[in-house]
Design a protein around this ligand. Structure first.
Ligand SMILES: [Zn+2]
Length: 230
């Protein structure tokens, strides 16, 4: 059965949250959830926020869109984004809105290297301005450097764009919402935050040193007891 992997996964989820411990899902079904966070991430299967943050049910809203691009606000356009934001911010009173891009992003590669797919093209072109900034920062000769810089610039552009959505702007002005721009580096295994005052990303967590500099892990098995004296 091709979907066996999913059913097995559902059964593990069921055991963990319906059968064990405090039976969290039963409580959430009865009382509803009051998440603190809303995370907007890319559709990439390696970077989903529930996976990356090892989330419990009810912990966070998650919205996935290619390259985690937030398009400029236009009234009466993209109601799906505005509706999600409005519900999370004004009804559920989240306190943190996080835009999380990631490295090795296929959507960013489509923007930088081009694509013949008309649907992808029409979405990623909304980050054209981020690509132009990246080109002026690192040039166009080193493609890998341009991809990494475009990934960073899309987070910065999206942070600026989301502040124009009325429900976000109002909540930030009233001091009940903080907006963050994060970048998950898939290759290095690090989480990085954009600091608008410094104009740079700062590592928040994750691998501090390259793996080869890590201390070797201690042996897992205890040494055998000394042989008994005859
Ligand atoms: Zn992506």
């Amino acid at each position: 059965m091709p979907q066996k992997k999913l059913i097995d996964g559902f059964n593990r989820f069921h055991d963990k949250y319906y059968e064990s411990g405090e039976k969290l899902m039963e409580k959430l079904a009865k009382n509803g959830a009051n998440p603190e966070f809303f995370i907007i991430n890319c559709i990439d299967p390696r970077n989903g926020a529930d996976l990356v943050f090892d989330a419990e049910p009810g912990q966070q809203f998650v919205r996935s869109q290619m390259a985690a691009i937030i398009p400029p606000y236009e009234a009466d356009k993209r109601p799906e984004i505005s509706a999600s934001l409005s519900y999370a911010i004004d009804t559920k009173k989240i306190q943190h809105l996080i835009i999380m891009g990631h490295t090795q992003c296929g959507g960013v590669a489509a923007l930088v290297d081009g694509t013949s797919d008309q649907y992808i093209k029409s979405w990623v072109k909304m980050a054209q301005q981020a690509k132009c900034t990246a080109e002026s920062n690192v040039g166009t000769t080193d493609n890998e450097a341009l991809l990494r810089e475009t990934e960073r610039q899309i987070v910065i552009m999206s942070l600026k764009n989301i502040m124009e959505y009325p429900m976000v702007k109002k909540a930030v002005q009233e001091g009940r919402l903080t907006v963050h721009g994060w970048l998950f580096d898939l290759e290095k295994g690090t989480l990085n935050e954009y600091q608008p005052d410094k104009g740079a990303f700062k590592q928040l967590s994750g691998q501090q040193q390259p793996p080869e500099q890590k201390k070797p892990a201690p042996p897992r098995r205890r040494p055998p007891p000394p042989a008994m004296a005859a």
